[in-house]
Design a protein around this ligand. Structure first.
Ligand code: BTN
Length: 322
């Protein structure tokens, strides 16, 4: 069920720029006019431009550009996503979502923000998060053992890639969790989890996608506006829908059911790679063969094929890529 705020946003958007009375919105969603006025104020604080006029009601003049909760909630179509928290600015949506997870929030809760002041990437890196990107974290409670959870990074990045591709952006994947545009990084997934010995309690999948080129973005990074003009809020919503679809398949059949879709977009097969662990030690070096049914990267080394569960991949240069 949508939140009141998203219901009011939907009612305003449905009027297509015409005035709509507070009373008709109130009737439509079953609340008082005062409650509608309060939600309209909340929407304005999130970046919706809403005019109000005596006896005419409210008129939506402009939607927010950024990934703010009511707008992402209004645009998401998959009912798997059932709760939207966050705000205009937060430190890290992953930290907020982990708090929800520990407080017992159900699977399908989402935290979104237009801007993060302490966004985090993999391997302890910073994730610079100015306005103009899509930043969100999704709470999952997969019915699997901890050893079977790592492919979820691939599942989420695949869901994002499939959704962006359907929206006209020819994006690719780099094992384990990166979304690429050409040979440049467009986005990534940070997976964090808590588990008991034989059961995952929760997984928080944090996703960052560069949507508009802003001065803070590294020159070697890609942004979606190079190929598709979309609002960050739209990008977050379609990415969430893509993740829900891929996640359902993972829960039904494991990663094996998604290998073919992943490989179709995978940049690494055939390339010479070095996979390193957190400490920088080499885990495997050789030709990347592709991923297996457990989401492991198979590397053809001098000693034979090695399945790699986790690590950071660097490519031997052949020109063009980074
Ligand atoms: C990577 O290193 O490629 C993963 C980047 C993940 C960034 C996202 S932005 C939303 C969520 N909140 C965070 O602090 N990090 C993730």
């Amino acid at each position: 069920m949508r939140s009141r705020r998203a219901e009011v946003a939907a009612a305003l958007a449905a009027a297509n720029g015409a005035f709509v009375s507070g009373e008709s919105i109130a009737r439509r969603i079953g609340v008082s006019r005062t409650a509608v006025a309060k939600q309209v104020q909340g929407l304005r604080e999130c970046g919706y431009r809403v005019e109000s006029a005596n006896r005419r009601g409210y008129r939506l003049v402009a939607l927010p550009e950024e990934t703010v909760p009511p707008e992402v909630e209004r645009l998401v179509t998959d009912p798997f996503w059932n709760r939207f928290d966050g705000g205009v600015v937060t430190a890290s949506t992953n930290d907020d979502c982990k708090r929800l997870a520990r407080d017992g929030a159900p699977e399908g809760a989402v935290v979104v923000a237009a801007e993060q002041t302490a966004g985090r990437g993999r391997l302890g890196r910073q994730w610079i998060s100015p306005r103009g990107g899509a930043y969100f974290s999704a709470l999952l409670r997969p019915p699997v053992a901890p050893a079977d959870a790592p492919p979820l990074a691939l599942v989420c990045s695949l869901g994002i890639a499939a959704a962006l591709e359907a929206a006209g952006a020819p994006v690719m994947l780099k094992w384990p969790n990166d979304v690429y545009l050409g040979w440049r990084k467009l986005g990534g997934v940070l997976l964090e989890m808590a588990a008991e010995a034989d059961r995952v309690q929760w997984v928080v999948a944090g996703c960052g996608i560069n949507v508009r080129r802003t001065p803070e973005l590294a020159p070697e990074a890609a942004s979606l506006d190079e190929v598709a003009p979309m609002r960050p809020a739209e990008v977050a919503a379609i990415a969430l829908d893509g993740i829900a679809q891929a996640y359902r398949e993972f829960v039904r059949a494991g990663f094996a059911g998604l290998v073919e879709q992943y490989e179709r977009r995978h940049l690494l097969p055939g390339r010479e790679v070095t996979v390193r662990d957190l400490a920088g030690g080499t885990v495997a070096h050789g030709e990347a063969m592709g991923v297996d049914g457990m989401g492991r990267l198979l590397v053809r080394t001098a000693e034979g094929p090695v399945p790699v569960v986790a690590g950071e991949v660097t490519l031997a240069p052949t020109g063009g890529e980074r």
